[in-house]
Design a protein around this ligand. Sequence first.
Ligand code: C2E
Ligand code: CA
Ligand code: CA
Length: 374
Amino acid sequence: RAGDVLARLGGDEFAVLLEGLSGALEAELVARSILEVVAEPFQVDGREVKVTTSIGISVYPNDNNDTGTLLKNADIAMYQAKEKGRNNFKFFTERMHDDLVAYHELERDIREAISTESFRLVFQPKVNLITRKLQGLEALLRWQHPDRGKVSPMEFIPVAEQSGHIVPLGNWVFNEVCRTINRWKARGLPVVPVAINVSARQFQQPDFYRRVANTLSRHAIDPALIEIELTEGLLMEDTASVQRSLQQLKDIGVRISIDDFGTGHSCLNYLRRFPIDVLKIDKSFVHDVDHTDDSAIIIDAIISLARSLQLDTVAEGVETREQLNFLVDRGCQVAQGFLFGQPMQARDVLPFLEDLIEDDPGFVTSRLAASEIA
Ligand code: C2E
Ligand code: CA
Ligand code: CA
């Protein structure tokens, strides 16, 4: 309309000021037509060019009556729109503001906890289903927040990822795993491979493999004792550089495992191209195996796929005897879950390691028998 204001704030950011609207719906109509108009392709030097738009809307006086805050709220909503995918608009909500404040608090506390080394690692056993002995361990982060108590990695890992703190935190995890392995060794115990979860942002650092190699050699750890767990989503991105990074890790001698297999965009092509050793069957399939046929079929398919590609399979989240029997029946080699052991402190792993020296009946078998009686 004549009298509406369009202003360039800087870079590729613009503000539209609409006065005297009858309601928020009118703002939405304007947003929609802006999206539509900007989405039209146009020609630059004979080439077709397309531009995408993300719009955040804040409304006076509902959201705030301070100009700066209104602009800031529109900005927050704009980032939400961007996250939803390009060519979108979003109205600002109180909830967005609260989420942002919560994010910044958690981000600050993670930074603090890294510098004071307040994170801990626990280890969850992976059991060989044929020998019923310990096959490996998975290292998992734990955080006791000074005010909030235990905070789940499901909550703090995404914030650590987004803020970049996952890089120093991930380095700490690698070092702590190495120190723990060496403590077990110092007791004269046999050691098993330890799996470390690595998130996209860590993996994508240039020279990630070199950092890993340096850490291992500094602690004199055999790379064969380290397995790296990556999620499927990560492997779908820029394949050339992912392939190079995986090969570099592989050349050091660490094993590579695909976590939560079957839950991502399963483009099976990457399984052949990438140097992968293990598929971890996601716990949602294992959990449902007792009551839905679909999960049983999917597990079957994953195991036979792995077998023909000569990959190992690890089933996660095994909680019941029925799930265990199903997996053994289908030829799954290794399993992990509360049935065999919760994630535990390093010292509680000792009996599992001692069990590797002794003859049958194994520690795991006797634990299983005990759990049956209980
Ligand atoms: P994940 O890698 O899939 O880890 C397995 C999760 O399942 C763990 O949750 C574990 O405690 C839980 N779990 C194990 N057995 C069972 C079972 O029998 N039943 C059920 N219901 N759950 C079981 P946790 O420790 O809360 O970790 C959650 C996620 O946080 C992990 O999922 C992983 O993605 C991430 N994470 C944890 N530690 C690290 C880390 O050091 N680095 C990175 N990048 N991510 C981590
Ligand atoms: Ca994992
Ligand atoms: Ca998993």
